[in-house]
Design a protein around this ligand. Structure first.
Ligand code: B3K
Ligand code: ZN
Length: 883
């Protein structure tokens, strides 16, 4: 018998169809915190596509097997084998019902995968491979079945019993126990199974679909959170409407439930008809949640809802295809949020995140293609590459087809594959079929890891009135992938004349879409080096390259300062106006960093001050202006270096902020004043933009710490009626040198909010990101705080995650103490929750871009971790980092 051993590598090329298919599943859960019994009746049928003699192999881990029977006949122990991960029955008929009984221990399941306890409730998380911790089953997405689930529990402790589909039967049993039976008519893979039991209350609403069906919408929460569900409910209804209008997709069941739980490994989970959410992605009230939280809730609620089609109705054949559902669904939620809010701002935020975090992942030791070809632990592949780069790939496809054809392609994909488990190739085939576009070369976006780099040069010939753009593309080698082939890269661009207007584009050489004479066209790069020739160019233009960030690539073009200012002020593409400003700032900061590293006084180029002054005096919308006034983050600046100058980046960025604040005091104060809001809090784009701008101005002014500004921050902290303003002021006070005010504000915040776990997460995060050198000591002390728990992922992310990822200057302190700290936390956490441990270690795994001293310190910690007995999750990441 071959059994998958721990830490073995699974390959896409080894994919085989399942040996057995499941026709139906009946589950019964008799819930007890430590000894839950799970009874399963599974109707199996041999898959005709596979050999007729194969044994039945079912996944299962951490299960105590009580009994097994086939067609009612109990099996003796000689008739099956059980290992840590598999149950094997060698001889089975072609069609049979397997009956099993197992015992599990939800109360001690700290991995938060499978069936576990969160506070007083039971809940589940099955994606990707958590169902095998519930019962023996072919736990793979290409085995789909209709589930009937009966949940039995104590009636007083767990009055609410939920599972997928419709409730069909309920009743009382002996010993104060009761049951509810749920039937899900849609065949689904086990990863979409869900169960919840608890003392919950509901906020209810209705949605009438475009075909006139009424759907009941329910959000289940702990009683104290009933007042925090309105925004999630409004977001859900908006998402349902949007999916009907934009994709023609209607909801299919009569009920849609969302449950908020405190202990959850990620944001949320799209279980059929019963989404389970991290409470941070559902609960919001103006006094408890920031604008960012409101927007995240809107996006995540929509994302999980959109999965009903892109993920549930049409699912993945195997986990290598994860981006088929995740990349596509992120693309869908990004478009939704763009439609609900300010589209240009949304695009800027998404790209800023991609270029900072996904590019770093793509250049680091865990780089992998959008469709990976191997893994040890699939949980490690819920990454920015699968999600965000995957979304960019879908966006490129959508742009290549245009709106109407993309919709047609989606319609074809959903119609053709409804109820199936399919691959990325099936998705692209539908797009190719409706458009006649050849995606052969494009498919390399799915198979090649690493961020492509474009080296672009230009040449203007005044005599011939010709303008030449030459593109060289190169994708760096990544682990396991040395030689990269040229990609098909769509580069949307325009040429600005000296008055700042778009010129008509006439191309004599090179492939492009858009008609001759259009002012914005898409060039199709396919070769390693390619030149495009524009005709009738009557003056030297300024190229506006990669408009809207038309491909997830790095663009190198040696713009001079005048060109960047020109683009920042005049580009018709909002994204590129912002990007030009970012490039200007990066150039200025880089000069300062060079000076700093040579022991000279770093001085900010006054041109940047004047550029920002012109922005403050312009008629840009508050939301865009706020984006444009924010200097590139320390993390993004780090991306610009082969060896990251940690201290220099931090110091120079601070000096630049102060210089800007000094030079623009008048404008910043005016702008702050002009963007004060009156009236009730509304989480709408217009107000969010104003609050963001006001708080950006406040942050600049606070960098000078003038007494009247400190007072203003203090007043805002004490008087604001919404968490966005309270939190913004708190950050400014806590990060300033005003220790008394900082302490007083933290105390007040703590006493106001100690009962609210989500608000306390913000309290932890604000302190974790504090730039003062005692930050590590404070973080360690906070880990002893009664509101902190290593078992709660939100707390770990808020305190340890924020410190290690966002407090770069302290995390990378040259004494190496923070590296040791993170390694200790990760080792402790790995025993409880491997998924969180392996995610948390990321900043330590990225030693390659630091100086030799830090590299040594970081590697030593990784080696120390590698010596311990590790989960698969952590083993895979640590070994890649050390390879
Ligand atoms: N599909 C889930 C992610 C599950 C992660 C499992 N480790 C949430 C989402 O992307 O919608
Ligand atoms: Zn998703």
């Amino acid at each position: 018998m071959t059994q998958s051993t721990s830490n073995s590598v699974i390959y896409l090329k080894d994919y085989l169809a399942p040996a057995f298919l499941v026709q139906g599943v009946e589950l019964t859960f008799d819930l007890y915190p430590n000894q839950t019994r799970v009874f399963a009746n599974i109707q199996f049928q041999r898959n005709a596509e596979r050999e007729a003699s194969l044994p039945l192999q079912l996944h299962g881990s951490d299960l105590k097997l009580i009994s097994l029977a086939i067609d009612g006949v109990v099996l003796t122990t000689a008739q099956y084998q059980v290992s840590d991960e598999l149950l094997t029955i060698n001889t089975v008929p072609d069609q049979f019902v397997l009956t099993s009984e197992v015992e599990i221990d939800p109360a001690n399941n700290t991995s938060l995968e499978g069936l576990y306890r969160s506070n007083t409730m039971f809940c589940t998380q099955c994606e990707a491979e958590g169902f095998r911790k519930i019962t023996y089953y072919p736990d793979r997405p290409d085995v789909m079945a209709a589930f009937t689930t009966t949940v039995i529990a104590d009636k007083s402790e767990y009055p609410v019993l939920l599972s997928n589909g419709n409730s069909v039967k309920r009743g009382d049993l002996d010993n104060n126990r009761h049951f509810v039976t749920w039937q899900d008519p849609f065949r689904k893979p086990a990863y979409l199974f869900a169960l919840v039991a608890g003392d919950l209350q509901v906020v209810e609403d209705r949605f009438v679909t475009s075909s006139g069906r009424e759907v009941v919408l329910e959000i289940w929460v702990e009683p104290e959170n009933l007042t925090k569900c309105d925004h999630a409910m409004a977001s859900l209804k908006a998402a349902m409407k949007w999916d009907e209008e934009v994709y023609g997709r209607e909801y299919d069941l009569d009920i849609y439930m969302i449950v908020a739980v405190n202990d959850f490994n990620m944001g949320a989970m799209e279980n059929k008809g019963l989404n389970i959410f991290n409470s941070s992605c559902v609960l919001a009230r103006s006094d408890t949640a920031t604008d960012a939280a409101f927007q995240r809730i809107e996006g995540v609620v929509a994302h999980e809802y959109f999965h009903n089609w892109s993920g549930n109705r049409v699912t993945c054949r195997d986990w290598f295809q994860l981006s088929l559902k995740e990349g596509f669904t992120v693309y869908r939620d990004q478009c939704f949020s763009a439609d609900m809010n300010d589209a240009a701002v949304k695009r800027i935020e998404d790209v800023a995140m991609l270029r900072t975090a996904q590019f770093a992942e793509d250049a680091g030791p865990t780089a992998h293609p959008v469709r990976p070809e191997q893994f040890i632990e699939i949980s490690n592949f819920y990454t920015l590459t699968i999600y965000e780069k995957g979304s960019e790939v879908v966006r490129m496809i959508a742009n290549l087809l245009g709106e109407a054809l993309f919709r047609k392609g989606c319609d074809l994909y959903f119609a053709r594959h409804d109820g199936q488990a399919v691959t990325v190739d099936d998705f692209v085939a539908a797009m190719a079929e409706v458009s006649d576009i050849d995606f052969t070369q494009f498919m390399r976006w799915y198979s090649q890891a690493g961020t492509p780099e474009l080296q672009i040069t230009d040449q203007y010939n005044a005599e011939k009135q010709q303008y030449l753009l030459t593109f060289k593309q190169h994708t760096p080698a990544t682990q396991g992938q040395k030689d990269k082939q040229p990609l098909h890269i769509p580069v949307k661009l325009g040429l600005l004349n000296q008055a700042g207007q778009d010129m008509a584009l006439h191309l004599s050489e090179g492939e492009a879409s858009g008609a001759q004479g259009d002012q914005c066209r898409v060039l199709h790069l396919r070769e390693a080096t390619q030149t495009f020739v524009f005709e009738n160019v009557i003056e030297q233009p300024t190229p506006s390259l990669l408009r809207g960030f038309s491909a997830p690539v790095k663009v190198n073009f040696s713009y001079n300062q005048a060109q960047l200012l020109h683009l920042m002020q005049h580009d018709s593409d909002g994204f590129n106006r912002w990007d030009a400003g970012q490039r200007l700032a990066i150039d200025a900061l880089k000069s300062m960093i060079t000076a700093f590293n040579s022991g000279l006084m770093p001085i900010l180029d006054t041109a940047l001050v004047e550029a920002f002054r012109s922005l403050l005096n312009s008629s840009l919308s508050p939301a865009i202006l706020a984006e444009m006034l924010v200097l590139p983050s320390e993390a993004y600046l780090a991306e610009q270096y082969e060896v990251v100058p940690i201290e220099a980046i931090h110091a120079c960025r601070n000096i630049a902020r102060k210089t800007l604040a000094q030079g623009l005091q008048v404008e910043l104060k005016q702008c702050l004043q002009a963007n004060l809001l009156e009236g009730n809090y509304r989480p709408v784009a217009e107000d969010i933009g104003k609050r963001r701008l006001k708080n950006t101005c406040l942050a600049y002014l606070m960098s000078l710490e003038a007494p009247e500004v400190v007072d203003q921050a203090w007043q805002q902290f004490n008087q604001a009626d919404n968490m966005t303003d309270v939190q913004a002021a708190l950050v400014q006070l806590v990060h300033s040198k005003q220790d008394d005010k900082a302490d007083a504000a933290l105390k007040k915040f703590e006493s106001d909010w100690q009962q609210d776990a989500l608000v306390m997460d913000q309290w932890f995060a604000v302190q974790a990101s504090r730039p003062q050198p005692d930050a590590l000591a404070r973080v360690k002390a906070l880990m002893e705080h009664s509101a902190f728990s290593l078992k709660n992922p939100n707390k770990v992310r808020a305190l340890v995650g924020t410190y290690c990822n966002q407090n770069r200057v302290n995390f990378h302190s040259i004494d190496g103490h923070s590296y040791r700290f993170l390694a200790d936390v990760v080792l402790a956490l790995d025993k409880m929750n491997p998924q969180i441990a392996s995610r948390l270690i990321t900043p330590l795994a990225r030693w390659q871009k630091l100086d030799l001293k830090r590299q040594g310190l970081m590697q030593a910690e990784l080696q120390r971790i590698a010596q311990a007995k590790l989960s698969k999750d952590l083993f895979e990441v640590v070994n890649k980092a050390l390879a």
